[in-house]
Design a binder for this molecule. Structure first.
Ligand SMILES: C[S@@+](CC[C@H](N)C(=O)[O-])C[C@H]1O[C@@H](n2cnc3c(N)ncnc32)[C@H](O)[C@@H]1O
Length: 238
């Protein structure tokens, strides 16, 4: 069932408060992150014939779109889009991607809200939609809904990919413990802003999606076993 405007506003307000207050921590904590190891995995799932469209849901300052739009030789055949809840992030992404991704392809939006997936009235679906460390920003009860929103906009020959940590993986459990100690015992085992992340139950979501009979869903783990990718494709094309 779609969220009410009040529910959406509540989710947005909580996140914006965090990024307003914690933007510096975010930059400090993530600026050295190397996302390139995930790029190959993502690109290997592009099976559709170009031209096709790629949407970054919760694009932040545009790191992924930056790498993707540089990595692809046939750029004119690929169209990149992104949205993010935090206006400052969208502005940063626009500046960073100037000349490669038109400013109108980057907008403020909420992963839980369908209009965010539409740019300048263009309703066409995407061959790839992905969200990197965004689902973890949502209240747990809305995380599966976010994935469903993404799937509502995926092309029949496309896929949706959620990159995140799995709550119940060894890494997720370890981090859960460290976050609890940091938050409630004030012993800083992880940077404090980590405590705002609620790792989703990716493997459970995959089972649920498979059980629906509408999708294939697989989980891939990064080489260090930590970060996971939940890759979902509509069954209608098979
Ligand atoms: C940890 S950052 C990751 C940014 C980017 N995906 C990356 O990997 O660099 C999380 C981002 O999710 C955005 N975000 C949080 N909740 C969101 C929501 N409901 N809809 C869209 N973006 C959201 C935040 O504004 C922030 O930019």
């Amino acid at each position: 069932m779609p969220l009410t405007p009040e529910e959406l506003a509540n989710v947005a307000a909580r996140t914006l408060a965090h990024y307003d207050a914690g933007a510096r921590d975010f930059w400090e904590g993530t600026r050295d992150h190397d996302v390139s190891q995930n790029i190959a995995a993502l690109l290997s799932h592009i099976e559709a014939e170009p031209p096709f469209t790629i949407l970054d849901c919760g694009c932040g300052p545009g790191a992924w779109l930056d790498i993707l739009s540089r990595a692809n030789g046939r750029d004119g055949e690929k169209h990149y889009y992104g949205f993010d809840l935090t206006p400052e992030m969208v502005e940063t992404a626009r500046t960073r991607l100037e000349g490669r991704v038109p400013p109108s392809h980057l907008q403020q939006g909420n992963i839980l809200s369908d209009p965010s997936y539409v740019f300048a009235g263009d309703e066409r679906p995407y061959q790839i939609l992905y969200a990197f460390d965004v689902v973890q920003q949502l209240p747990r009860k809305l995380q599966f809904e976010a994935i469903q929103r993404m799937l509502a906009r995926v092309a029949a020959d496309g896929c949706a990919v959620v990159f995140d940590h799995d709550r119940w993986s060894p890494h997720g459990l370890r981090m859960g413990f460290r976050k609890l100690v940091t938050k409630y015992l004030h012993v800083e085992l992880v940077p404090r802003y980590y405590c705002n992340a609620r790792y989703p139950a990716l493997a459970r979501f995959a089972s649920k999606l498979r059980a629906s009979g509408r999708y294939t869903a697989e989980i891939k783990a990064a080489p260090d076993g930590r970060k996971r990718a939940l890759i979902v494709r509509p069954l209608s094309r098979i």
